[in-house]
Design a protein around this ligand. Structure first.
Ligand code: SF4
Ligand code: SF4
Length: 394
């Protein structure tokens, strides 16, 4: 999609969607709320286009409010909030019929090469299975609806045979109804590979208005949707703010609409953490079309530096010390955009950085597609590795 088509796509309208209405169960109010449904690819699941990314939420009443409001799909991960995110969902969901919600969790395989994204001989499918069993215990469930392999970023990882065998076994055991993966780095390549492989039911991918003219990305989504893969968008808010001090917010409602105007995206998982944000996200279903003002906001926002790294991998191999720049930039967005400190720390410490990684470089050799000064951002975010994990114990 080129720049001209950015607005053409915005004007496509909410094609391929169906409007429904539901009473607000929590309030008993007569007020009705519009829900827009799509089918999540070959899973056949009919779900509202607004789901819930639970990563930063720690209030069980917010999850209950989302359920009452009509949210069906809830996205968590084995490592979110050091397991407490799954525990919280388990405590909430135990009071609801199992067929009234869809839960997706993610498990990260060991042994990922940070530079290439390849799974290696250190990747242990049995360890993956152990971690998944822990997730099921925390969730107090016999099965999840969707099990994602967490954060795949290379074609090799998508088709890594030992892990595929384990995933197939988990599905046959009935411990996961559907298998997917999440990706926020090198997405076009991995999505294309998944469309070719025919193995995966679902993909959870970064996707937002800053990718409007990224042809490979939009082509890959189209190919995957045509292959029957259910596509879920994350990072639709592109970091939510332009600046570190969070004084200049992105128009997150317009940003969410933009992602959902692509009919190949079946649902999105905005990470609301308050009742107001829940209402704001839900309100996009009243009219998915972008107003002139919203289009203007996005037009201005798409070319401006923000906290969001595309994950395009253009900078791969440019750092003379081999630092994993996209992962560090994601840590930067978690820190300043989402204030998801535990996740930022966990990500940065997993990279095994030296204490001041950029301090002895006279000149940075990395050129970012978005024009980010990566060395300056790295110097800020690298400090996480000196912060004790205990600070984030819940
Ligand atoms: S300044 Fe940092 S990011 Fe740039 S080349 Fe040196 S180590 Fe790599
Ligand atoms: S080139 Fe820039 S936007 Fe692309 S992955 Fe590297 S840091 Fe992110």
């Amino acid at each position: 999609m080129d720049r001209r088509n950015f607005f053409k796509s915005a004007a496509l309208g909410a094609s391929g969607v169906m409007l429904g209405k539901t009473a607000l169960a929590s309030s008993g109010s007569e007020q009705e709320s519009h829900l827009v449904y799509r089918t999540l690819g070959r899973t056949g699941l009919r779900i509202p286009v607004v789901s819930m990314g639970v990563m930063r939420a720690d209030n069980p009443n917010l999850v209950r409010a989302a359920l009452d409001r009509g949210v069906v799909l809830f996205d968590t991960a084995n490592n979110y909030q050091r397991g407490n995110n799954e525990r919280m969902l388990g405590e909430v969901f135990k009071d609801y019929p199992r067929d009234s919600f869809i839960v997706a969790t993610k498990v990260k395989p060991t042994g990922t090469d940070r530079q290439t994204g390849h799974l290696t001989s250190e990747t242990d499918p049995e360890e993956f299975d152990r971690m998944f069993r822990t997730s099921l215990e925390r969730l107090q469930m016999d099965y999840v609806d969707i099990l994602h392999v967490h954060a795949l970023s290379s074609r090799q990882a998508v088709t890594y045979e030992p892990l595929l065998k384990k995933l197939e076994q988990i599905k046959q055991d009935g411990r996961a109804r559907f298998i997917g993966f999440s990706t926020h780095k090198n997405m076009p390549g991995v999505i294309d590979e998944a469309a070719e492989s025919g193995f995966y039911d679902v993909i959870l991918t970064s996707y937002n208005f800053q990718m409007a003219d990224w042809k490979e990305m939009n082509d890959a989504l189209e190919k995957a949707a045509a292959a029957g893969i259910g596509l879920i968008a994350m990072k639709t808010m592109a970091g939510a703010f332009f600046d570190n001090d969070r004084t200049r917010p992105i128009n997150v409602k317009a940003a969410l609409k933009w992602a959902l105007l692509n009919p190949n995206i079946h649902t999105a998982i905005p990470g609301y953490t308050s009742f107001n944000e829940l209402e704001e996200s839900f309100s996009v279903m009243e009219d998915l079309n972008l107003s002139d003002d919203e289009m203007k906001d996005l037009r201005l926002a798409r070319d401006e530096a923000s906290l969001f790294c595309l994950g395009c991998n253009d900078c791969l191999g440019q750092c003379r010390k081999g630092l994993s720049i996209p992962d560090l930039m994601r840590g930067y967005m978690y820190t300043y955009g989402y204030r998801a400190y535990a996740e930022a720390r966990a990500l940065v410490t997993s990279l095994g950085l030296p204490s001041e990684p950029c301090s002895d470089c006279v000149e940075c050799t990395v050129t970012c597609r978005r024009g980010y000064q990566v060395a300056e951002r790295i110097s800020r975010v690298a400090k996480w590795k000196d912060v004790p994990a205990d600070l984030f114990m819940a």
